[in-house]
Design a protein around this ligand. Structure first.
Ligand SMILES: [Zn+2]
Length: 324
């Protein structure tokens, strides 16, 4: 029996060593390529604008400008009304997104960022400024009308952009683009400054990094309890038949994803599921396409807040029973 166990363990160790080696090789290839990915398959209807950007039309007034060669596969959104245009995120910055945007609309343009992580601010210097969510954390990093994201929420150590604040966006404000309205919703969790835009009439939720197919991240600068609160807030704002348009990877996701994320967060915070080690954090499964990376520290903190908030009285959440 012992022999069998040892062989099995050795097999498992070998498997994990091969997996680790493959990951290292993949990482080295990515670094060597400067984060550029080859072999791209486009969605039906999507077409290359040049050799970097891809354009996908959601309808006559809504465009996805994606960067499928970038390893994070960014999606920025150009949202038009009759009199105003919004650009939601400005791309990775590997290429300048501004000429693409200007080729698609001559309406007055306002840039809005989903949050101030570096992969969403790439081409920010190519625009005259930005409308920034009116949150204490953003006010804290603004002096004389210039918003400078902190190093904590801005991971690019080479350069900190100085962004002119064109206007402050009130949370829950309804932006009027001319016969088209977008609701600004605060969705902290991935980062404290994350916002989503909701077009209720057309059933479109532009979710930034809060929702996508891939590994959602709530680590440094994130908060798992906020993530849960934000998902619940989005569930209240939405009807359930919307399409979610995320900032990375696949471009159209069903609104059911909100329910899956909510269910997973509750289980994670209550300690009912085991994650597996993932770099310096732990990775949990949300569904087949989505994972969540977080830390034990954030789980403990969320459990404490959930218990104090008493949001789940029927669950009889007992802190001493939560094992992380
Ligand atoms: Zn991102």
């Amino acid at each position: 029996m012992t022999g069998i166990k040892v062989t099995h363990k050795r097999g498992k160790n070998m498997e994990s060593a091969v997996y680790k080696l493959k990951r290292i090789v993949r990482m080295l290839r990515l670094i060597a390529s400067g984060g550029v990915v080859a072999n791209i398959e486009l969605n039906p209807g999507a077409e290359w604008i040049d050799d970097w950007f891809v354009l996908e039309k959601i309808n006559d007034q809504t465009f996805i400008i994606s960067e499928p060669r970038y390893y994070l596969k960014n999606n920025s959104y150009l949202i038009l009304g009759d009199s105003q245009a919004i650009l939601f995120d400005v791309g990775s910055g590997k290429r300048n997104i501004a000429p693409v945007v200007r080729s698609l609309t001559c309406l007055p343009l306002t840039v809005i960022i989903s949050h101030s992580h570096s992969d969403h601010l790439g081409s920010i210097d190519e625009f005259e400024g930005c409308a920034i969510a009116d949150l204490p954390i953003n006010r804290k990093h603004t002096r004389d009308g210039i918003f400078t994201p902190s190093f904590i929420i801005y991971s690019n150590i080479c350069r900190r952009p100085r962004i002119r604040v064109q206007r402050w966006l009130k949370i829950n404000e309804l932006l009027d683009l001319g016969n088209r309205y977008l609701r600004v919703i605060h969705v902290p969790g991935h980062s404290a400054d994350s916002i989503a835009l909701l077009d209720q009439t057309n059933g479109m939720l532009f979710g930034g990094d809060f929702l996508y197919h891939g590994n959602l991240i709530a680590t440094v600068g994130g908060d798992l309890f906020d993530y849960l609160t934000s998902v619940r807030s989005l569930l209240e704002w939405t009807e359930g038949n919307e399409l979610i348009f995320p900032a990375h990877y696949a471009t159209r996701l069903p609104a059911d994803l909100l329910l899956d994320v909510e269910a997973a967060l509750v289980k994670i915070i209550e300690g009912r599921v085991e994650g597996r080690r993932y770099v310096f954090s732990r990775k949990y499964s949300v569904n087949e396409q989505v994972g969540l990376i977080t830390s034990k520290r954030l789980i403990r903190s969320a459990a404490r807040k959930l218990y104090q908030a008493g949001t789940e009285p029927e669950e009889e959440l007992a802190l001493d029973k939560i094992q992380h």
